[in-house]
Design a protein. Structure first.
Length: 492
């Protein structure tokens, strides 16, 4: 035996022994009878397609790169999965004929279909709007909000939201502003600039009037974020607004929080709504009890930094939630329709770092990523062609399907531990969804236990064809993973 072969043998033997010890430590109930494992696959020409079921067998040998499922090690409770219902997305959906729109909305939201149940809306215009607008476009300061109106949203946004919630009554909606009205900012416009502290009292009332106005139209908003991307000014090319850390803290503690509480509103407040690299800011804000009193969760984006930032904040403030509120793919990229592995790999890293929900960017756009008044070229989860109304499902649509169709609200994330060096449960590669960036020929995984007791494991393989072994208690399961594939396994 050569030295290198001997080293490999000793490593494998050590890992196998460790794996067996871990498997024996799992409670006895996890080793009882388990039913057949249903499998859904996406690779090559298959799209979330049902495969032949797999069956557990006694775990006589444990592979060096096995994935150990520890159902006793539970983590956060899942809220759900979805995408953003921007002005642009609602307009695109509104262009469909009534029967076409009803069919697509059923597919996207019905509990027996994609079952999307967490969606984002915009408080006024975002970069994916048909025009720049707020709910108080006064040419002069209007601190009493005498010109406040949500009439813009009555044409097609509110009807779309009502239809979505009718298809899925569990739909959780959260809303984000890209900018306050221009008169609340020193630069006088919604394009770029920063927030004016003297506008805080009026802006808190603005939030409340938005929530009350939507509720009167039959659409309750369950959470709000203070600002989309607090640290991005975007060069004045789109609705945006810088918020200094102390300003967000002051606004939440002294204005928005007390205003919503006094009104009796049950709407939750989420802060930051920006990238992983601002995790220190999140900890800094939550360190003040006056702020933490009103904050339910941190909202995260995945364009810069690593998902492990969410774990850092969770460890500092375990009582506060985490939600991944934006990420998408560039429709100009050649893999826009086939990047399902990269999307699912990203989602695995997100849920393994304490996020309770995943909300992608625009739910629907046209074939050139419009309507869009901003500088970015994003694509929709679905594409709806203007002339033909043909619907095309993106790679990220199929990524979402492997989670949203199987992981129910109230599911608990469970530990899926790779005992070798090639199958990390919480990938540490930088996540950048514009465009998506893969890991290096790796397998990633995330596990869940639904309220009905069923187990779900999502596996991704962005490298060549591989076989992996899942171990649960004293049973093992061999799974063939084709190249560039996503597999969802589900069993009782």
């Amino acid at each position: 035996m050569t030295k290198s072969t001997r080293r490999r043998f000793l490593k494998d033997a050590t890992v196998a022994v460790a794996g067996a010890a871990i498997a024996r430590s799992i409670p006895a109930w996890a080793s009882g009878d388990t039913g057949p494992v249903d499998v859904w696959s996406t690779f090559r020409d298959r799209r979330h397609q049902k495969a032949e079921p797999l069956h557990w067998r006694p775990a006589k040998e444990i592979a060096a790169d096995a994935i150990l499922i520890d159902a006793a090690s539970t983590r956060q409770e899942m809220l759900g999965f979805g995408a953003a219902l921007t002005d642009a997305s609602c307009h695109v959906l509104n262009q469909l004929k009534e029967e076409e729109r009803a069919a697509l909305m059923h597919e996207l939201f019905a509990p027996g279909e994609m079952a999307l149940n967490v969606c984002r809306t915009c408080i006024g215009a975002s970069d994916y709007s048909r025009s720049v607008y707020s709910f108080d476009d006064s040419t002069e300061p209007d601190p009493e909000l005498k010109k406040f109106s949500i009439d813009h949203d009555k044409a097609y946004i509110l009807p779309t939201l009502r239809q979505a919630r009718a298809a899925n009554p569990e739909l959780f909606l959260f809303s984000s502003p890209w900018s306050p009205p221009g008169w609340m900012k020193p630069n006088g416009t919604m394009l770029g600039g920063s927030m004016h502290a003297q506008s805080f009292p009026a802006y808190a009332k603005y939030f409340l009037k938005f929530l009350e106005g939507y509720k009167a139209e039959g659409v309750e908003i369950n959470a709000v974020t203070v600002q989309n991307e607090v640290d991005a000014e975007q060069g004045g090319h789109m609705p945006a607004c810088l918020w200094a850390q102390e300003h967000e803290m002051e606004f939440v503690a002294l204005h928005l929080g007390p205003t919503l509480r006094k009104s009796g509103s049950a709407t939750k407040i989420w802060i930051l709504d920006h990238n992983y690299n601002l995790w220190g800011r999140a900890i800094g804000e939550l360190s003040y009890p006056q702020v933490a009193e009103y904050v339910d969760a941190i909202a995260w984006h995945g364009y810069v930094g690593e998902p492990s930032a969410m774990t850092r904040v969770h460890e500092a403030f375990p009582q506060k939630g985490a939600h991944w509120t934006e990420g998408g793919a560039d429709y100009n990229q050649p893999d826009y329709l086939t990047n399902w592995t990269l999307g699912a790999e990203t989602f695995n890293g997100i849920v393994n770092n304490w996020s309770q929900s995943i909300t992608c960017w625009n739910l629907a756009l046209d074939e050139v990523g419009k309507p869009n008044i901003g500088p970015f070229s994003c694509g929709g989860i679905v594409t709806v062609e203007n002339a033909t109304h043909k619907v095309t499902r993106s790679g990220m649509y199929w990524s979402l399907a492997h989670f949203s169709r199987h992981v129910r609200r109230g599911a608990r994330v469970i530990a899926t531990n790779g005992i070798g060096g090639e199958a990390p449960a919480t990938p540490e590669q930088t996540v950048d969804l514009s465009p998506l960036k893969p890991g290096a020929n790796q397998i990633t995984h995330a596990g869940f236990r639904n309220p009905d007791g069923s187990f779900v494991v999502v596996l991704t393989n962005n490298g060549p064809e591989r076989r992996v072994q899942l171990v649960m208690g004293e049973k093992a399961l061999d799974v063939e993973l084709p190249a560039d594939s996503v597999e969802t396994l589900k069993w009782m």
